[in-house]
Write a protein that binds this ligand. Structure first.
Ligand code: AGP
Length: 610
């Protein structure tokens, strides 16, 4: 999952391209490159490592050219190196390409092209595109791109420039993101909107297999045979400021503090004045919802844990059987799914390859598909019958935070809505829950402003040198514990296990020794007493218990080593709040160990390959 940006206009584009790459760095940061056409020739730059290294050599590139492309890479084929960095060029040096995604049949194409005398200079799958375009070119870059596309298998987006056509960028997508930005006298093409948000919010989203011919005057969208295709110009409501750190030291910390706003925005117009839930755009009529026999939730990573929290609510409030599936397993398991089933796909980016494939599989089997996503125009919005948008705004930190809480909120709203429609919940009970939900953004804002973070930082400092962590939870607290563990693994790289607390005595408790830190989600709930015995169990083996607890639960303080108090709310809504101290704990442990929390090693924000 790489980041692509292209510019054509009247302004020298070297720095515009570089700033665009900075906005895309969360997509991949192990090598980068840029190519600009100046006076009919390519200027090319390649660097290894994050963008600081490209910035260091930027002056080697002529800065007068007004058309160019740049790329930041997350290696899939070929190790991070200058040879493998994009843009790639062909044998004649007349074409340059950048690609995001994977060309699955690249070995076949490479061998075929080598037999015809093409010389390859990298180990990547992407380089075949430059040679395919070179071979197909007969005076029209658009036609050459169409020919290349017809020969390629996989999921990818690529853009091409040519010295013979110095006023145009030609791009095409297949199951990976591509967006065009339009402004007065200049145009942009990119993997994601933040790349050019500083210049325009007018965007066009082409579909798979549609060619974009991008010029300073605007964009032409054509099908593979050159037929014109109409696509609407949409306005993005994110402002450029969201792409800045807003005075915080990192994007992750900023986004943790943006969670009250993300929840408040995701609630807007979804609770009617009489307290019932209103969800538009689901693509599901009340009759269909009443007919449903089961729900399958598909997702990856943090989104999977949001789905897990959703299961507790959907089963409890709508009395529907729910399975939560890791998308990369679901898609190859030949699962039993059909028309009486609702498939809910949770994905903040809406571009995660495994989740998209799981959606397609469910749809082909006749299931209804609902996407819960944070990204307008993403592939998930195209693959689904309906969309429930979270409104967390742009999330740049690779470790998801505000998109998680807004996903959990979306799942809770969906569960209240379906629960009332199916008679699992009475309207009065729904009103009580929505009343409580309305209070949460302010409760969380107070919690973050009242120095909670400082207390968590102090506690984290005492455990930052640990070599292992355990996270425990029960019932709807389990997804919170699982997410807390994922955050610790993602950004501090400390091996961390998470378990249902009741499962410890069946094996995992053997991992504990004197001083082992165990984080426990122990907020008030109908299983709280069981959790107390589990905490005593692990303390009896010498573990040090750090408990997330409901405000006012003083008695717990005597039973554990550290308490992270959170505002009180209904146990079913508690994940929206209780996950925050675990995010902060992971953050401050990682910070204390000097890790780059916004760009964790080996990870990328959007996983567009399987
Ligand atoms: C979470 O911090 C990670 N970035 C990762 O697990 C992420 O949740 C996963 O890749 C799913 O992404 P999505 O929500 O965009 O589909």
């Amino acid at each position: 999952m790489c980041g692509i940006i292209g510019y054509v206009g009247d302004r020298p584009c070297r720095d515009i391209l570089f700033q665009g790459l900075r906005r895309l760095e969360y997509r991949g940061y192990d090598s980068a490159g840029m190519s600009i056409i100046t006076d009919g020739r390519f200027g090319l730059l390649h660097s290894v490592g994050n963008l600081d290294n490209l910035e260091a050599i930027l002056d080697d590139l002529d800065d007068t050219g007004t058309l160019g492309m740049a790329h930041t890479r997350w290696a899939t084929h070929g190790r991070p190196s200058t040879e493998n960095a994009h843009p790639h060029t062909d044998c004649s040096g007349r074409f340059a390409i950048v690609l995001n995604g994977i060309v699955e049949n690249y070995l076949t194409l490479r061998a075929e092209l080598q037999r015809e005398g093409h010389v390859f200079t990298s180990e990547t799958d992407a380089e075949v595109v430059a040679h395919l375009v070179e071979r197909a070119y007969k005076g029209s870059l658009r036609e050459a791109v169409a020919d290349a596309y017809r020969r390629m298998e996989g999921h990818f987006t690529f853009c091409t420039i040519a010295v013979d056509e110095p006023d145009v960028i030609v791009g095409i997508r297949k199951e990976t993101p591509l967006v065009v930005g339009l402004s007065d006298g200049e145009s942009f093409v990119a993997s994601a909107v933040p790349a050019f948000l500083a210049h325009t919010r007018s965007v066009v989203f082409p579909e798979d297999g549609e060619i974009v011919v991008v010029k300073r005057e605007g964009v032409e969208i054509l099908d593979l045979d050159g037929g014109a295709v109409e696509r609407p110009v949409q306005q993005i409501d994110w402002d450029e400021e969201t792409a800045e750190k807003g005075g915080f030291e990192t994007f992750m910390l900023k986004e943790i503090h943006e969670q009250p706003a993300a929840l408040a925005d995701t609630l807007v117009e979804r609770i009617s004045p009489d307290g019932t839930v209103v969800l538009d755009g689901l693509g599901l009529s009340p009759e269909v919802i009443r007919e449903l026999r089961r729900v399958v939730i598909v997702a990856c990573g943090t989104a999977y844990y949001a789905g897990l929290a959703g299961r507790y609510a959907l089963e409890r409030w709508a009395r529907l059987p729910v399975e939560v599936e890791v998308a990369s397993e679901f898609r190859y398991r030949d699962p039993v799914i059909g028309p009486d089933c609702l498939c809910v796909a949770v994905s903040q980016s809406g571009e995660t390859a495994d989740t998209l494939a799981a959606m397609r599989l469910a749809r082909q089997a006749g299931a209804r598909v609902l996407a819960v996503t944070n990204t307008l125009g993403s592939q998930a919005t195209r693959e689904a019958d309906g969309v429930l948008f979270t409104r967390a705004g742009l999330e740049i930190g690779v470790a998801a935070t505000k998109t998680l809480v807004s996903q959990i909120l979306a799942m809770l709203l969906l569960s209240l809505y379906v629960g009332e429609l199916r008679g699992g919940l009475g309207t009065d009970r729904v009103r009580e829950y929505t009343e409580e939900l309305r209070r949460i953004p302010a409760q969380l804002s107070d919690y973050l402003e009242d120095g909670a973070a400082a207390h968590v930082e102090d506690v984290a400092a005492r455990y930052a040198s640990s070599s292992f962590f355990m996270c425990l939870g029960r019932d709807i607290g389990l997804p919170v514990a699982l997410e807390g563990a994922l955050k610790l693994k993602e950004i501090s790289y400390i091996p961390t296990e998470a378990y249902p607390a009741g499962e410890m005595k069946h094996g995992p408790i053997a991992l504990l020794e004197d001083g082992s830190p165990v984080l426990v989600v122990a907020t008030d709930s109908h299983v709280y007493d069981k959790l107390v015995s589990n905490m005593q169990e692990v303390r009896a083996r010498g573990a040090r218990v750090i408990a997330v607890a409901s405000e006012g639960n003083e008695s717990l303080a005597e039973m554990v080593d550290e308490v992270l108090y959170v505002p009180r709310t209904d146990e079913m809504l508690m994940p929206l709040i209780a996950v925050v101290p675990l995010q902060l704990f992971a953050y401050y442990v990682a910070k204390r160990r000097g890790e780059k929390v916004d760009q964790p090693r080996n990870l990328a924000k959007t996983v567009t390959v399987e």
